[in-house]
Design a protein around this ligand. Structure first.
Ligand code: UDP
Length: 481
């Protein structure tokens, strides 16, 4: 079969940490493998602006992106529903729209790729008799833990965070109880039940695509593919296809930020950002501001108002426009030393700038990959999702990041420690070693994506697998007549 004729549909989540790598997977399939791709993006009334934030002109030209009608799921959620539960419910409720969109297409897709939170759409693939794959915009380690969680669910009693021993995922680095992913924090929560279900449903797919690459997670990928105990739950092929990250976009005339970055010495600026949704308490923001100031390093900080209710109501902002949750006069003192960007910054463009020397990050997997592909060492500040796991990988296995002694999700990281970490990444010998390691990873990532590189070849294998399944389906239909 001529693969140029294959048509894949990708069902994407509205969260930026999912949508961006899903569009990048689609883009890769189109431009490097000549597959026709339609991306179906699930949307809601409360998350419409994110798509507008995405400036992906290259992608827009090559891809067919359909934004499904916005869903109203407010009546379906408990008041404290977690982010993961919200997305899972959205993906569930979007099924009628996914089904009708696919059935009305002139050219039906040959295969369905779903976001890891959308495995309930497998029924649609089955109805249309399409091969079905899962795309995991995270690590192989996270994937192994998710696959194995249903086993832990049967074998372990009590909360995972209270276990005295690390969780032994066969063939993989054990997971420390304090590092478990957010859905495993409370076994009584709906998110946990959804997470266990996902682990089971992964093995009902025809294959798992992961945004990682062989050289980065060699032993975990080997365990997923070959370890007998782990294989007994995985059952399906695992493809490492990454790192798929957003390309740098040139936006015509340079922004004020890029003009400022151009004026700074090489590798002298630390970039601070907590992803698309990370928030800090007002107290933590004050400490972070002081920590940056004390470190005497240049910085770019993407600032969002603090977690609701954490600000001191008796404080007012200062005359220079510094908001009440930052130290008085911070913006005046930061003038020429740092730039505060409200809400959202062009992260990839910033990380790719030669003046950037470090990244203080919440350790979302896309941010980690973006830091790796630009060779920037990190300060790991995990907040939620699988970020503690990612932080452990960055600091203890890859050794390209430092991490606070306390968990930032539970305690306030004090200014002295922030100062120490920033200095360590930006000006110490340790920082230099981390930077060199990051550069090695950058080259290894480039190699994986090149023609005949491991990730390039993995995607070829996915396409081949799909072709074989379609051929055998055709042969079956033929033999019935
Ligand atoms: N991002 C960005 N500007 C921002 C914050 C985030 O461009 O100010 C992008 C970032 O480059 C990454 C994505 O949003 O591609 C965030 O994904 P990640 O997995 O790092 O974290 P999440 O938002 O899912 O927690």
């Amino acid at each position: 079969m001529d693969s140029s004729k294959l048509h894949f549909a990708i069902v994407a989540c509205p969260g930026m940490g999912h949508l961006i790598p899903e569009l990048m997977l689609a883009e890769r399939l189109v431009t490097h493998h000549h597959i026709q791709v339609t991306v179906l993006v699930v949307t809601t009334h409360s998350w419409p602006s994110q798509s507008q934030i995405l400036h992906l002109p290259n992608v827009a030209k090559t891809l067919h992106v359909i934004y499904l009608p916005p869903l109203d799921i407010s009546g379906l959620l408990d008041p404290g529903a977690t982010y993961v539960t919200q997305i899972v419910v959205m993906m569930r409720e979007a099924r009628p729209a996914i089904r009708s969109t696919i059935s009305s297409m002139n050219r039906r897709p040959d295969a369905l790729i779903v976001d890891l939170l959308g495995t309930e759409s497998f029924v649609i693939a089955d109805e249309f008799d399409m091969p079905k794959y899962v795309y995991i915009p995270s690590t192989a380690w996270f994937t192994a833990l998710t696959f194995y969680c249903p086993v832990f669910d049967k074998e372990l009693k009590g909360q995972y965070v209270d276990q005295s021993d690390p969780l032994a995922v066969p063939g993989c680095t054990p997971v420390r109880p304090e590092d478990v992913v957010e859905p495993m924090l409370d076994r009584n929560d709906q998110t946990y039940r959804e997470y266990v279900r996902m682990g089971i449903e992964f093995s009902q797919s025809d294959g798992i695509l992961i945004n990682t690459w062989n050289d980065l997670e060699c032993s975990t990928l080997r365990a997923l593919r070959q370890n007998e105990t782990l294989q007994s739950v995985v059952k399906v092929p695992v493809y490492a296809v990454g790192p798929l990250t957003r390309p740098v976009q040139s936006s015509g005339s340079p922004s004020e930020l890029s003009k400022w970055l151009h004026m700074q010495p090489g590798e002298s600026v630390i970039y601070v950002s907590f992803g698309s949704g990370g928030l800090l308490s007002a107290e933590q923001m004050t400490e972070l501001a002081w920590g940056l100031e004390l470190s005497r390093q240049r910085f770019v900080w993407v600032v969002r108002p603090p977690i609701e209710g954490s600000a001191d109501a008796s404080r007012n902002g200062s005359e220079d426009g510094t908001p009440d949750y930052l130290p008085d006069g911070f913006l005046t003192r930061a003038h020429n030393v740092g730039v505060v960007v409200p809400h959202w910054a062009p992260q990839v463009e910033i990380l790719s700038h030669p003046s950037i020397g470090g990244f203080l990050s919440h350790c979302g997997w896309n941010s980690n990959l973006e830091s790796i592909v630009h060779g920037v060492p990190m300060i790991a500040w995990p907040l939620y999702a699988e970020q503690r796991l990612n932080a452990t990988m960055l600091t203890e296995e890859m050794r390209v990041a430092v991490r606070p002694r306390v968990s930032p999700a539970k305690e306030v990281v004090r200014r002295e420690e922030i100062e120490r970490m920033v200095r360590s990444v930006m000006e110490s010998k340790e920082g230099k070693v981390m930077r060199e390691k990051m550069k090695e990873l950058k080259y290894s990532a480039e190699k994986a994506l090149k023609k005949d590189g491991s990730s390039y070849n993995s995607l070829c294998e996915v396409i081949k697998d799909c072709e074989v399944r379609l051929e055998s389906k055709k042969a079956k239909v033929g033999s019935q007549y």
